[in-house]
Design a protein around this ligand. Structure first.
Ligand code: ATP
Ligand code: MG
Length: 560
């Protein structure tokens, strides 16, 4: 491919709305172009990368025995009504009506469609297990699309759905998918971890996420330093604790004028945040509830959701109507249920609001307070690992894959039954397995860049090698040598980009570095005088002189 015949709109300027490096570099390198919020077109260079990622995924999925299908993006409402998700899915589901006033949505995922599909064809236990996958566009009307293709509204996912006669068979395929995902992410050259995960609204109970480790990651991942325990912070469960302290102080009411946050109160009273208790008021379907946490801990909304279902934080006026003083709420005089996090419930002589404007209480204890204790909080660095081995460390991760054991939630709603060995109908049990294909490109860049641009791993680079000739359009010798080498590469199937533009060498070097092509050859009259070309790897600093006649074999040895 020659640069003059290929659209590579590189740019120096960092786009205003691009906060993270992968978004900046994907735009600057001309891989993607923004159409509207969360909607991106892939330019030719971007498509080359995308296809490489897809091909690795496809090869590994095929190797695992999964069968490729392709399902429509537009999905009829009836299927979503049958699974109960039409009402539950919320605003991420983009709904519309066709000319006959029939309701449809754009698929954010395909559980309903695949179960509807296979219900028509799976008849006997003899056909099972089967695993179907597709590489298809999804649409989720994300509340905050951001970071380019990392969290877009339209994106490409590899989604797979497996059907089984029993749990043992599901477990086997789940483990095979776990291994397939590891193979895929290894081949993609990603630094990743598989972690225990919450299954969220999709259903089921066993689930793992695959995270690419990167500072820009939106998820927090907890690892034990004493075992191989690893979990999304959402999923780290803490046990009930034993009280180890005894109360020694008497309760006192102290003025804390305008000190409404734990941070301010702790500073003002010269105590540690972990000696304070904070109260959050939530509204569940039927009632308001007060949640108590240690001052240095954060609420884990997933745990609260798992306990009480859908909930919202109470508004200022709702809190006022409950006769509570926001910023000064305590554990006393509450006329609503109080749920106390395990680690707050073992505190002694702590500080909390006095339920009175501008006052807190010190030396407070739980004696005489009616409450229920529960696991409500997020893990913090240094917590004991839930498996009892070691302490937790926390790192940031980008979720690139998610595998679930779904059970029969969709197969019973959509009646995916087969005739079992005994002749009786059996409802199949399901697994589902997703990979964010387009997110992988961004995640890879987050791990592979420098101040000059992207450093693509060989497996997904848009081209394997770039030739930058100096004076290609003036020196007949440089042109002849360049064309010869270019032809040699093409003949052996090496993906080569020839920069044949009439640009300054500096611009061509900068573009090749921005694009992250792993190998670069420079051909100039000076090098030709010595019968050489100059070679540089994108991820190394040294430049190597290679004999012109040996260049092809030299590069071939680098591509293995
Ligand atoms: P997230 O928590 O990041 O929103 P999710 O749990 O909603 O992800 P899944 O439903 O498990 O995601 O989808 C499978 C994969 O699709 C995810 O692991 C992720 O890589 C990718 N994905 C999900 N939402 C987006 C998005 N808005 N843009 C790009 N990729 C996405
Ligand atoms: Mg999501």
């Amino acid at each position: 491919m020659k640069t003059t015949k290929f659209l590579i709109p590189t740019q120096k300027e960092v786009p205003n709305d691009a906060q993270i490096i992968s978004h900046q570099l994907m735009i600057r390198a001309g891989l993607i172009s923004k159409l509207a919020s969360g909607l991106y077109s892939y330019l030719p260079m971007g498509v080359r990368v995308l296809r490489k990622v897809e091909n690795i995924i496809r090869q590994e999925m095929n190797k695992s025995g999964a069968q490729e299908v392709l399902m429509p993006i537009v999905q009829p409402a009836e299927l979503w009504q049958a699974s109960g998700r039409w009402d539950k899915y919320g605003a991420e589901l983009l709904r519309f009506t066709d000319r006959h006033q029939r309701e449809f949505c754009l698929g954010p995922t395909h559980e309903e469609v695949i179960t509807h599909l296979v219900a028509q064809y799976l008849r006997s236990y003899k056909q099972l297990p089967m695993n179907f996958y597709q590489i298809q566009t999804k649409f989720r009307d994300e509340i905050r699309p951001r970071f380019g293709v990392m969290r877009s509204r339209e994106f490409i996912m590899k989604d797979a759905y497996s059907f089984h006669l029993d749990q043992a068979s599901l477990q086997q395929t789940y483990e095979a998918m776990y291994q397939t995902y590891s193979n895929i992410f290894d081949r993609l050259g990603l630094d990743y971890r598989a972690v225990l995960a919450d299954s969220g609204s999709i259903g089921g109970d066993t689930s793992h996420e695959f995270h690419v480790l990167a500072e820009s990651g939106e998820d927090a991942i907890c690892f034990s330093d004493g075992s191989n325990y690893a979990a999304n912070i959402e999923k780290v469960a803490f046990p009930k604790q034993e009280k180890t302290c005894a109360s020694t102080l008497t309760e006192e009411r102290v003025p804390t004028k305008k000190k409404t946050s734990i941070k301010d109160v702790a500073k003002f009273l010269n105590v540690k945040e972990l000696n304070c208790v904070k109260i959050l008021i939530i509204k569940t379907k039927n009632s308001f509830k007060a949640l108590a946490l240690r001052g240095d801990h954060e609420l884990n909304e997933i745990k609260v959701h798992n306990l009480f279902g859908d909930f919202e934080f109470a508004t200022d006026s709702e809190i006022k109507n409950l006769d509570l003083k926001k910023g000064f709420i305590g554990i006393k005089d509450l006329n609503i249920d109080l749920i106390v996090d395990y680690s707050a419930s073992v505190l002694c002589d702590f500080i909390c609001g006095a339920n009175e404007w501008d006052y807190h209480l010190t030396g407070v204890n739980w004696q005489g307070i009616e409450f229920v204790d529960a696991d409500l909080r997020n893990a913090v660095e240094g917590d004991d690992s839930p498996d009892g081995k070691g302490k937790l460390m926390i790192k940031r991760g980008i979720e690139v894959g998610h595998i679930f054991q779904l059970g029969t939630k969709y197969s019973s709603a959509m009646k995916v039954n087969v005739i079992g060995e005994s002749g009786k109908a059996v409802t199949t049990t399901m697994g589902c397995y997703g990979i964010g294909v387009t997110r992988i490109i961004a995640a890879s860049i987050e791990q592979n860049y420098d101040d000059k641009g992207i450093i693509f791993p060989q497996a997904i680079a848009p081209f394997q090698i770039v030739i930058v000739p100096i004076n290609y359009n003036k020196s007949t010798r440089v042109k002849a040598l360049t064309d010869k080498l270019y032809q040699q590469f093409i003949e052996v199937g090496i993906e080569v980009l020839l920069d044949d533009r009439k640009e300054r060498a500096g611009i061509m070097f900068a573009d090749s570095e921005l694009l992250g092509i792993p190998h670069r050859i420079v051909i100039s009259d000076t090098h030709a005088d010595n019968g050489n070309v100059e070679y540089k790897a994108r991820n190394k600093t040294d430049k190597i002189q290679v004999k012109f006649d040996n260049t092809l074999s030299f590069i071939q040895s680098k591509l293995i």
